[in-house]
Each structure stands twice: as structure tokens, then as C-alpha cells.
Design a binder for this molecule. Structure first.
Ligand code: ADP
Ligand code: MG
Length: 306
């Protein structure tokens, strides 16, 4: 273990190069002026990202929102070196994603879950499916079994270990994909619209699992979603537009910019939308409610004042 740490330090130093200050240890992901162009140099080249800088701290729960084509997936794919910058730099735990020798370690630390759970199933048995990624990392079999147990428990799939993955519901399949990633024990999870193919109940289950992992295990969560209602559950929301960051702040800060969110074609969560309607009608609202119960509290306060 200590050898691994020394190796990591060596890589960190290499990644930084001479002269650049070391990344603070609590920074999970550092993106510096990142640009990405699809089909660079070919006719019809497309800008995916046009100068993105951000820092994600260890243990944060960040939602990345934005309309279709705004660069959310392009950004996410840079977080575990599936895409490499056309310009700028991405550091994961201080490791530069553009150095081939760092890629394996980066993929071990940052787990990805994609939109379609069907594309992520690799086995005919739930427990084998969960074990797959950890086995490929070379984790010894007894430890794989331990990790599979834990991942099944964390995702509420223990009772399904002997089931066939393709017979699970959409929400269960997505939790299975998550379990496979968790068995690799990543310090950071990146989920690219994981709820897009799920019904509301499946989405809620998944969100609850993510929040539990973040709170109890300190796993850094980067949740890409077009649903502002889901984004409202994060500690921070980054809104993308045309390959750039349009807004970055707490949910209350972001939803206070209702006009800008509407211009981007995104919906406000229902409580924030109702809040906006009340403000338009002359009510002085004490803040931006993120949940229905926040809204109820605020309305009670208004009643008392009038
Ligand atoms: P989002 O995930 O927010 O919908 P993307 O990151 O997929 O946005 O896309 C950002 C931009 O890059 C869009 O203009 C999109 O058309 C373009 N793009 C995405 N993937 C590809 C690709 N494989 N080839 C060419 N252009 C792409
Ligand atoms: Mg996308």
C-alpha cells in the first residue's frame, strides 16, 4: 500500500512538471482551460468544449446540468481519460489524464456509469456482473467476493445475486451497473444521465443510493442530468451551455437565476417555479425553496407577515 502511495506521489510530481504549484490534496478533479474538438482538422469538426475551468473537491456532490449538446458528456469523458484534451489540462487526484502511464490509475479512481444500463451488462448472473470490473483490476478472488457483497448491499441488490441481469427492472439494472463500479472502489463516481431511461421510482432509488454513498462513504459524486429537480439534490450545480460553464453555485444560487435557466431551455424544479410565480405577483419571498417542504415553510412565513 505504501509503495503504491510513493508511486502515486512520483506520478503526481511528474504530472505537475517543474514550476507548477502542487494541487491541494482535497482536490479530486482539476480542469484548466479545457477545450475539446471532435474530428479536429477534418471538415465538419465540432466544438465539444470551449474553455472550461473548474475544480471539484473530494467528497463533493456536484450536478452538471445543461441542454442537449452543451458539452456535459464531453466534459464527463475527460474525467476518466476516455477523451483527452485538445487544449488545456485535466488532473484527477493530481494525475494528468494526457499521460498514458496515468490512465489505468485514473480509471481505477474514477468510475463511470452511463445512460443506458443495458449496454453495461457483461454477464448472465448479477453477482458475476458486479465482480467483472474488480476482477479485471486484478483484485484477489477472496477480496472480490467481499467487495461484491458490499456493493450488492449498498445498491440494495443482495437478494438478486443469482438473478439474470436482463430480467431486472430498469432501475435495478442501473443499480447493478453502479454496483459493478462500486466493487472497483473508486473515490469518485461520474454518472452521465443515469436516470434518463428510468421511471420516477427508479430515479429516486438511484438518487438515494448516490446520496448515501456520498454521505456515508465520502465518495465524490458527479451527476450529469438534464433534470433540474434531480440537480436540486446536489451540493453544487454546474450549468453548461455551448461548451462552456454558464452557472456554477449552490442550488439556491443557481435557481435564483431563473431567467437565465429559462433562456437555456431548462426547467426550474417545481418549488422554485412556484416561488417565481409568487414573486411575480408581488409576494416577497425570503429565499429560493428547493423542496416542497421549503416552499411550505416560506408560504407560512409570508402569511405571518401579511
Ligand atoms: P451533452 O452531453 O450536453 O448533450 P455533448 O458533450 O454530447 O453534449 O456534445 C457537445 C457537442 O459536441 C455537441 O455539439 C455535439 O453535437 C458534439 N458531439 C458530441 N459527440 C460527438 C461526436 N462523437 N462526434 C462529433 N460531434 C460530437
Ligand atoms: Mg450527453
Amino acid at each position: 500500500m505504501s509503495l503504491g502511495k510513493d508511486l502515486d506521489k512520483a506520478k503526481v510530481n511528474m504530472a505537475e512538471g517543474p514550476g507548477s504549484p502542487p494541487a491541494p490534496p482535497d482536490v479530486m478533479i482539476q480542469v484548466k482551460d479545457l477545450a475539446y474538438i471532435y474530428g479536429k482538422g477534418h471538415p465538419g469538426e465540432t466544438t465539444g468544449l470551449a474553455g472550461v475551468s473548474l475544480e471539484i473537491r473530494r467528497g463533493e456532490y456536484v450536478a452538471v446540468a445543461g441542454p442537449n449538446g452543451s458539452g456535459k458528456s464531453t466534459l464527463a469523458r475527460h474525467f476518466n481519460a476516455l477523451l483527452l484534451p485538445s487544449g488545456g489540462q485535466v488532473l484527477v487526484d493530481g494525475l494528468d489524464t494526457s499521460l498514458p502511464e496515468n490512465v489505468w490509475e485514473i480509471r481505477r479512481r474514477v468510475g463511470m456509469v452511463f445512460q443506458n444500463p443495458d449496454n453495461q451488462i457483461v454477464s448472465t448472473l448479477v453477482e458475476e456482473d458486479v465482480a467483472f470490473g474488480a476482477e479485471n483490476l486484478g483484485v484477489p478472488p477472496p477480496e472480490v467476493r467481499e467487495r461484491v457483497e458490499e456493493a450488492l448491499a449498498l445498491t440494495g441488490l443482495t437478494g438478486f445475486r443469482q438473478h439474470a441481469p436482463h430480467l431486472l427492472s430498469g432501475g435495478q439494472k442501473q443499480r447493478l451497473a453502479l454496483a459493478g463500479v462500486l466493487a472497483m472502489r473508486p473515490s469518485c463516481l461520474v454518472l452521465d444521465e443515469p436516470g434518463a431511461m428510468l421511471d420516477p421510482a427508479g430515479r429516486r432509488e438511484l438518487l438515494e443510493t448516490l446520496q448515501r454513498l456520498n454521505r456515508t462513504r465520502g465518495v465524490t459524486v458527479i451527476h450529469i442530468t438534464q433534470l433540474m429537480e434531480d440537480a436540486a439534490r446536489a451540493g453544487r450545480i454546474i450549468v453548461m451551455s455551448a461548451g462552456k460553464i454558464a452557472l456554477d453555485g449552490t442550488p439556491a444560487e443557481v435557481f435564483a437565476r431563473a431567467g437565465q435557466i429559462e433562456e437555456l431551455g431548462l426547467d426550474l424544479p417545481a418549488p422554485a417555479e412556484i416561488n417565481r410565480g409568487l414573486k411575480r405577483r408581488g409576494f416577497i419571498m425570503p429565499g429560493v425553496p428547493l423542496t416542497a417542504s421549503d416552499l411550505v415553510q416560506m408560504i407560512k412565513m409570508i402569511n405571518k407577515h401579511t
